[in-house]
Ligand binder design. Structure first.
Ligand code: ZN
Length: 364
């Protein structure tokens, strides 16, 4: 995996490439930005470059033993196998510290409690961080460097963050910690201030469309639809279930057109249906893992979402799930009901709006 393989983020890739070429990768890095934009991929690519037998260089060679080992370990199937093995022993904290190479550890949060019950949010346990911290001062086994990646670092609880602090205060010269997070505000200031921070922004719609068509073979029209709803997240665009989305969209548009003629009972029934509806933007794989990679604003293409100027999207509350709840509430209380104008935009996203000030999307 090369840094060049990561879509977008030219400035950040160039900072990391230069640091790797000069053999000056910072001891602690914090990669922060929205979900699904390539932070972890870039962390793994930088780690591979640091471990490569041809290092120092701006990119991993891709052919040496270290590169082949890391590339094989980050295959999706292999990672899923590690996760399954860990989940069969939920009381063994350090089993979710995946050793991808003797000198590369990827830490992921537990989605199970120690007794095997599902957690509402993942957690990086203090036992995992203590196991990691005990390794940081050691010398590399095979490579010139050691790299430790904490994915979703904000999943560390208070004790875990305290346990990590010492490693950040006295980082050894041959070990590197890379914290990846979409919620840096959940990390203690003392952690953030000890890391060099690289901030990722959302990807451009063009970059997402190009990736989907050229690397995934997605038809142009489908790629444009996904890119327009993914809010700059490649993860969201990949997880997006277009057919389910289109079906739901058509159903909602049809409902909005008929709603004025419905009696109270019919509205109540429709409200129940809306409240229980699945959110197609979650993506089947993401939903099964209990984790949604799509930003809320990308999940349904809520009213006005794609009708607004680029860069001025509505906040997360405008997103699909909350919009469904809002529509359900309005169906329950007909006096508050404002019939939206139904406008099907040129991009096929079928934008819906109740405001005469918002014009339909014609940009896509
Ligand atoms: Zn190599």
């Amino acid at each position: 995996m090369r840094l060049d393989d990561v879509v977008g983020h030219d400035r950040i890739r160039s900072i990391l490439s230069r640091a790797l070429e000069r053999d000056r990768l910072p001891p602690a890095l914090l990669l922060s930005g929205p979900d699904g934009v390539g932070k972890k991929l870039l962390a793994l690519a930088a780690a591979q470059a640091a471990l490569c037998e041809q290092a120092p260089g701006p990119e991993p060679c891709g052919e040496c033993r270290a590169c082949r080992k890391v590339s094989a370990a980050v295959e999706t199937e292999r990672l899923e196998k590690y996760r399954e093995e860990a989940d069969s022993h939920p009381d063994k904290d350090e089993w979710r510290n995946f050793r991808l190479h003797p000198d590369l550890i990827l830490v992921e949060g537990w989605r199970l409690t120690k007794t095997g019950r599902p957690r509402p949010e993942p957690e990086i346990r203090v036992g995992q961080v203590r196991a990691l911290v005990s390794e940081v001062p050691g010398t590399p086994y095979e490579a010139r460097r050691r790299v430790f990646i904490l994915d979703d670092a904000h999943s560390m609880n208070e004790s875990s963050q305290n346990a990590l602090l010492k490693s950040l205060e006295e980082p050894p010269s041959r070990s590197h910690l890379i914290l990846v997070t979409s919620r840096p505000q959940r990390l203690r200031e003392t952690i953030r201030s000890r890391c060099q921070v690289l901030r990722f922004g959302p990807l451009s719609r063009e970059a997402v469309t190009t990736f989907l068509t050229e690397r995934q073979g997605v038809p142009q029209e489908e790629a444009r639809l996904r890119a327009s709803l993914a809010a700059g997240s490649l993860g969201a665009a990949l997880a997006f279930e277009s057919e389910a989305y289109k079906g739901m969209r058509e159903g909602l548009l049809s409902l909005l057109e008929r709603i004025g003629d419905m009696d109270a009972l019919a509205r109540m029934e429709q409200a129940e249906t809306l409240e229980q509806a699945d959110d197609p933007g979650r993506g089947r794989g993401a939903a099964e893992r209990g984790r949604c990679s799509a930003p809320r604003s990308a999940r349904l293409g809520a009213p006005g979402d794609s009708c607004r100027r680029p860069g001025r999207r509505r906040g997360a509350d405008a997103g699909g799930a909350s919009w469904l709840r809002q529509q359900a509430a309005e169906l329950r209380y007909p006096r508050r009901l404002a019939l939206p104008r139904v406008i099907r935009c040129a991009a096929g996203a079928g934008c819906v709006t109740s405001s005469p000030k918002v014009s339909p999307c014609r940009s896509a």
